[in-house]
Design a protein around this ligand. Structure first.
Ligand SMILES: Cc1cc2nc3c(=O)[nH]c(=O)nc-3n(C[C@H](O)[C@H](O)[C@H](O)COP(=O)(O)O)c2cc1C
Length: 151
């Protein structure tokens, strides 16, 4: 529904601010990691699972990822306090990433808008509506990645 993409765009913007070459891309259209030294990979949580596209991407690029520096994030908890507590990575995400030595995982809050496509009454009854993303926390994390890549 676009909120994870916005986090990716923001991380890329922070990396650019720090003088790195960075680009946010949907894994759906990404065929190769050629030319990139590092990857920041994120998925939203749906029913406590990382999304299928992330699974397919990692499966296709496992060796290429293992040869690069990798950071990982999840967006999902529709709750700022839970997101700030930095929940452990979802079991299926840990499974997907087996063999990819990533340098850190962070959980960032998600966003649920009532009028988004596919959001029905039942989802609205069982999930919190709102934008729970903490841009300060995301900026700090992205800046720490930039520092790790430049020192
Ligand atoms: C059908 C549905 C199921 C969801 N399941 C979970 C979940 O199990 N755990 C969670 O933390 N967030 C869950 N969320 C919240 C989403 O992860 C959150 O809205 C996220 O920001 C969506 O990302 P996107 O806009 O990139 O699709 C769910 C949202 C929807 C609409």
């Amino acid at each position: 529904m676009g909120s994870n993409r916005e986090i990716a765009d923001f991380i890329a913007a922070v990396l650019l601010e720090h003088g790195l070459d960075a680009e946010a891309a949907s894994v759906r259209g990404l065929r190769s990691l050629e030319g990139w030294d590092a990857v920041v990979l994120g998925s939203a949580l749906y029913a406590a699972h990382w999304q299928r596209d992330a699974n397919r991407f990692v499966t296709r690029n496992r060796e290429a990822l293992a040869a690069r520096r990798v950071w990982v994030f999840t967006s999902g908890p529709l709750d700022r306090t839970l997101a700030a507590a930095n929940l452990p990575i979802a079991p299926n995400a840990a499974e997907i990433l087996a063999g990819v030595p990533y340098e850190g995982h962070r959980t960032f809050g998600g966003r649920l808008t009532p009028d988004a496509e596919g959001v029905d009454e039942q989802i609205l009854r069982t999930h919190a509506v709102g934008d729970f993303r903490d841009w300060t926390a995301i900026r700090e994390w992205a800046a720490s990645i930039a520092r790790a890549l430049t020192t």
